[in-house]
Design a protein around this ligand. Structure first.
Ligand code: PGA
Length: 263
């Protein structure tokens, strides 16, 4: 049975002074057996969040929101995978905001993914189409390109063992309050597994968790978890609100129980 994951992407919110308290509050309100919880604060808050969670609830993992594709060098302002070791155990790669704002390409994202795995960090690989691409009927093709670009040439078994999670995040749904329907998200999760099969990943495609992300809230979360092919959520705006996270993780807990993951 696939793992159930709820990951919080705090984006450029919180400071080292307040991130620990927020993490502590969320941890206390989201204790659901069988649900893997991850909080991804800004780099400068990783330590504060890690310290707070080690005390409040060590079952909540800490993730970074990005990682550089080189190990070290003359890259002003950047952070490499070995630097994250000890501060994070997960990392988001290929978020659409970085594809858009930092010009990240599939090839670069593939290198980031490799650095993450080499450092023992679990990658959350984000894929998803723009609105025009969906309207042109190209959503599955675009996502296939994202997967191929990031994963081609990589060993499927080793990547799965390294804990790869894929997040389907339609760009038009991120931060817009306009979420995909559960049925659309499930169709894309199925398309993602079909793409993985076609990449030669058939042995692990059915075991890799696929999350949905894009305007997930406690109010709409049920539509995603009602779909057996969706294994969790990557939550942005709502992840800064403890009440929202409590509702989202509670719903994830129902799926974890139904899958026999809750011990
Ligand atoms: P959102 O962000 O929940 O605010 O739409 C999701 C994400 O970007 O991961």
């Amino acid at each position: 049975m696939r793992e159930v994951v709820v990951a919080a992407n705090w984006k450029m919110h919180t400071t080292p002074a307040d991130a620990g308290d927020l993490a502590r509050t969320i941890a206390a309100r989201t204790r659901e057996p069988g649900v893997t919880r991850v909080i991804c604060p800004p780099y400068v808050c990783l330590e504060a969040v890690g310290v707070a969670l080690a005390d409040a609830d060590p079952d909540v993992a800490v993730g970074a929101q990005n990682v550089h594709h080189e190990l070290a060098g003359a890259y002003t302002g950047e952070v490499s995978a070995p630097m994250l070791v000890g501060l994070a155990t997960w990392v988001i790669v290929g978020h659409s905001e970085r594809r858009r704002d930092a010009g990240e390409t599939d090839e670069l994202i593939g290198r980031k993914l490799g650095r993450a795995l080499d450092a023992g960090l679990r990658p959350i690989l984000c894929v998803g189409e723009q609105l025009e691409e969906r309207e042109a009927g190209r959503a599955a093709d675009v996502v296939d390109g994202h997967l191929r670009g990031a994963l081609e040439g990589r060993d499927p078994a080793a990547t799965h063992a390294g804990g790869l999670v894929v997040a389907y995040e339609p760009v038009w749904a991120i931060g817009t309050g306009r979420n995909a329907t559960g049925a659309d998200a499930a169709a894309m999760a199925d398309a993602i597994r079909t793409s993985l099969d076609a990449l030669g990943w058939a042995d692990v495609a059915g075991a890799i968790p696929v999350l949905y992300g894009g305007s997930v809230t406690s109010t709409n979360v049920d539509t995603f978890f009602a779909e057996p092919s969706i294994d969790g959520a990557l939550v942005g705006g709502a992840s800064l609100k403890p009440d929202e996270m409590a509702g989202i993780v509670a719903r994830a807990g129902m799926t974890a129980r139904a899958r026999g993951l809750a011990g």
